[in-house]
Design a protein around this ligand. Structure first.
Ligand SMILES: [Zn+2]
Ligand SMILES: [Zn+2]
Length: 135
């Protein structure tokens, strides 16, 4: 097992390192996560708030907090990729799974808020697979 995992945004401006110790790994299907990610669900790892070392580009991280509800997101100002953030109650650092360069040891434990699941998710998983665009 890797002791430390690195991650970065798509354009490479923001880079970070986290220790490979996570409390939870959830796939959230709520409508707000669909809007925040533009996809069917958000895959997020939860760890301690101090478990992060920013290696570069911290000045390029922008934060969004919903005015009344418990939704935050941090993203690279250059490319818009999701990057780690501390939740509103400051109890966890939330690491978007796709921002990591290598997978952590922990596997997804739960699909949450599935009552709001995207109507295309199940059919999408059953659609034909191609290694690139369909011919
Ligand atoms: Zn970027
Ligand atoms: Zn959600």
């Amino acid at each position: 097992m890797e002791d430390n995992l690195t991650g970065e945004c798509l354009c490479g401006t923001v880079k970070f390192s986290v220790e490979n110790r996570f409390k939870a790994f959830y796939q959230c299907h709520c409508k707000q996560c669909q809007q925040l990610t533009g996809s069917a669900f958000a895959s997020n790892l939860f760890t301690d708030p101090d478990n992060i070392e920013w290696l570069s580009g911290r000045d390029s991280v922008a934060n969004y907090e919903h005015p009344s509800r418990e939704f935050s997101k941090s993203f690279c100002k250059v490319c818009g990729s999701a990057v780690p953030f501390i939740n509103k109650t400051k109890t966890s650092l939330i690491v978007p799974a796709g921002s990591l360069n290598k997978l952590p040891d922990i596997q997804p434990q739960a699909n949450i808020f599935t009552a709001e699941e995207a109507c295309w998710l199940k059919q999408g998983l059953q659609a034909d697979n191609f290694n690139g665009f369909p011919e």
